[in-house]
Design a protein around this ligand. Structure first.
Ligand code: IPE
Ligand code: IPE
Ligand code: MG
Length: 244
């Protein structure tokens, strides 16, 4: 039953609080996004050192296009620069990068860099780093439903035999271990349309720390909290303890 895994196999993080971090310093919100990159590096390094095989980061939601043009533009520039700067080192450390989400609305130069980074690192296995870009949990479930309906229309799939596992194969991150630990920084206690299906039995951890202030100590606190949880998956505590 995997009742008390001490170390999560898959961590998903809503990296929230960049804007407030900058505003507290009387700087533009984009300054907070730039600073947030350091926390991304810290989180990647943390997972490598702790032998956590999968890390999924929410970088840009399907709703974040609503932000002022100036902020969206600054984020796009930041993504471009980050891809140019960070991929060498991630590759050198054996990190496999995957972008998840609907990538079609992004500028072609950004999309081609994302595909290049995925192709270049596809043989790596030290850490799987999934970066959610223009991702929405509802979009993910909808695109899976569309793919399944299309397969059924082609006669390749009998809808009557579709079960949860068969549905999940069409979702993003289907080839990853289940999300064990869901972290949101920045004080809000909501999911904001990040992973929905995939966090059905994740342990949720919320911290007031703003994303740019996240470091190994903050992540260790999340792991310590996680290690104290009892994952019952619907069973009783006595049953879980009997299984060990
Ligand atoms: C998260 O930080 C980064 C993105 C959504 C891209 P925010 O920009 O949402 O920061 P706050 O929540 O306004 O402080
Ligand atoms: C969620 O944060 C999206 C990312 C961190 C990329 P938001 O700041 O967009 O979420 P809301 O608007 O507070 O729900
Ligand atoms: Mg926010």
């Amino acid at each position: 039953m995997d009742a008390t895994p001490r170390i999560p196999r898959h961590i998903a993080i809503v990296m929230d609080g960049n804007g407030r971090w900058a505003q507290r310093r009387h700087r533009p919100r984009s300054f907070g996004h730039r600073q947030g990159q350091k926390a991304v590096r810290a989180a990647v390094e943390f997972c490598r050192r702790r032998s956590i095989p999968s890390l999924t980061l929410f970088a840009f939601s399907s709703e974040n296009w609503k932000r002022p043009d100036e902020e969206v533009g600054a984020l796009m520039q930041l993504f471009l620069r980050a891809l140019d700067r960070e991929v060498d080192e991630l590759h050198a450390h054996g990190v496999r990068i995957a972008f998840v989400g609907d990538l079609r609305p992004f500028a072609p130069e950004l999309v081609s860099r994302m595909h290049a980074a995925m192709a270049r690192t596809s043989g790596n296995s030290a850490l799987r780093l999934n970066i959610a870009m223009n991702y929405g949990g509802r979009w993910d479930i909808t695109q899976a439903a569309v793919a399944i309906a299309q397969a059924a229309a082609r006669g390749e799939l009998d809808p009557a035999t579709l079960d949860e596992a068969g549905f999940a194969r069409h979702l993003c991150l289907a080839d990853q271990p289940p999300v064990d630990l869901f972290i949101r920084t920045g004080g809000e206690t909501r999911i904001s349309n990040f992973l929905l299906w995939q966090i059905a039995y994740a342990e949720l951890y919320f911290t007031d720390t703003l994303w740019p202030d996240i470091d190994a100590n903050a992540l260790d606190a999340a792991l310590a909290d996680y290690a104290g949880r009892e994952r019952r998956y619907g069973a009783t505590s006595a049953q879980v303890r009997a299984v060990g």
